[in-house]
Write a protein that binds this ligand. Structure first.
Ligand code: NAI
Ligand code: MG
Length: 362
């Protein structure tokens, strides 16, 4: 079987980790009889913005016609494009136009990654964050009144829909229900003590959905204490579901507690497969280390493994390719070579080559 992948490296270290990701997913795919047809795109980056004054070509959707997935590096170069433009006019367009309403972020520790939590064992951390990715607090509804005067008023609305809440809750409950019997806990992030309209409603939707999943043990936790518990008691969690803003915060915090965000992957999913899904590392373009060839490529590579798994769902080959890549990542994190964020002195390419060699050998 063959899949068409749009490749968008983006800015900064996105361009440096992408070749490592591509090298490894191609090896893994070939080894299980999957063909990848790669389509390199040079938009959604600062250079394109400099040349054209916009982040995307007008016909970007048409150019992505027939694409099965998007493999995305990172976008953002604040010196050239304000961050709200680079992100809203590229990545957020993809998420919304392609209805990628699930942002799935697995969080786990690896041997060899310096572990920051005192009193915890690395094995204590293994959970998934499911973030609502298309609505909620990130809306463009609102405005500024009496601008630039002492009477200035700013309003930005949150927008929640029953359809939008129910589908992300359903996905999270399904994920918990299909986990191993001892890993079927679901935590619903909320703030119904402070946001007295939207969040009590969100809690109600979660409770209603729970009736369909008697095997899932669920609870709700306010976002503030939930943040504290991700640090103090990470062993309490299997699956966490959250609205857009809360999920965004949790999904940087979670990977940070494992030692580095450089290894964290994410999948922006349209589970119905009507539109392409997008796979990207959690990290951004890291201007502070860009151009040095020292970015950790693991987040990019792991995201690619998730892409292969998702593309072939229902077919064990994608899962097999995913598992081979994860094994290779585990081995290299444990034994080196490692990039400087992990305390090593290897380059991006050296770490990628080491993972690639293990994938080839398996
Ligand atoms: P960032 O994730 O780019 O960097 C945060 C810190 O982590 C930096 O010190 C960086 O060096 C380090 N870091 C990140 N990835 C690493 C890796 N693979 N290996 C080693 N170290 C790594 O976040 P920041 O600095 O807030 O944002 C920089 C730019 O990236 C901004 O323009 C921002 O808007 C954009 N951004 C884009 C994202 C995306 O495309 N999905 C996500 C987050 C930020
Ligand atoms: Mg974020």
């Amino acid at each position: 079987s063959s899949f068409k992948i749009a490749v968008i490296p983006g800015d900064g270290i996105g361009q440096e980790v992408m070749p490592e990701g591509l090298k490894i997913i191609e090896l893994a795919a070939n080894s299980v009889g999957i063909t990848l047809e790669l389509m390199q795109l040079d938009w959604a980056c600062a250079d394109y913005y400099l040349a054209h004054g916009v982040m995307l070509p007008e016909d970007w959707k048409k150019q992505l016609d027939g694409v099965d997935a998007i493999y995305f590096g990172a976008v953002g170069w604040p010196e050239v494009v304000p961050d709200h433009i680079s992100l809203w006019d590229s990545l957020l367009q993809f998420r919304r136009e392609f209805d990628q309403y699930i942002n799935l972020r697995p969080v786990r520790t690896f041997a060899g990654v310096p572990f920051p939590l005192a009193g915890k064992a690395p094995g204590d951390i293994q959970y998934s964050i499911v973030r609502e990715n298309t609505e909620g607090e990130y809306s463009s509804v609102g405005g500024v009144m009496f601008a630039n005067t002492d009477r200035e008023v700013v309003v930005q609305q949150s927008v929640f829909t029953r359809h939008g809440a129910d589908r992300v809750l359903k996905y999270a409950y399904e994920l918990a229900a299909s986990s191993a019997p001892d890993s079927r806990r679901l935590t619903v992030a909320t703030k119904s003590n402070g946001m007295a309209i939207s969040m009590p409603w969100w809690d109600e939707r979660a409770k209603a959905m729970s009736n369909n999943y008697p095997d899932v043990v669920w609870d709700k936790q306010h976002i503030d204490i939930l943040c504290a518990r991700l640090v103090l008691q990470p062993e309490r969690f299997d699956v966490i579901v959250a609205t857009n803003l809360f999920g965004d915060i949790l999904s940087d915090l979670g990977p940070a507690t494992t030692g580095t965000i450089g290894i964290a992957p994410s999948a922006n999913l349209n589970p119905e497969r009507v539109f392409p899904s997008l796979f990207e590392p959690v990290h951004g373009s890291a201007p502070d280390i860009a151009g040095k060839g020292i970015a950790n490529p693991v987040g990019m590579i792991w995201s690619g493994a998730m892409m292969l798994d998702f593309l072939t769902q229902g077919d064990s080959r994608g899962r097999q390719a995913h598992d081979v890549i994860l094994k290779a990542i585990e081995m290299v994190l444990a034994n080196g070579p490692r990039t400087p964020d992990l305390g090593g002195d290897a380059s991006t390419k050296e770490m990628g080559d080491a993972i690639a060699a293990l994938v080839s050998a398996s």
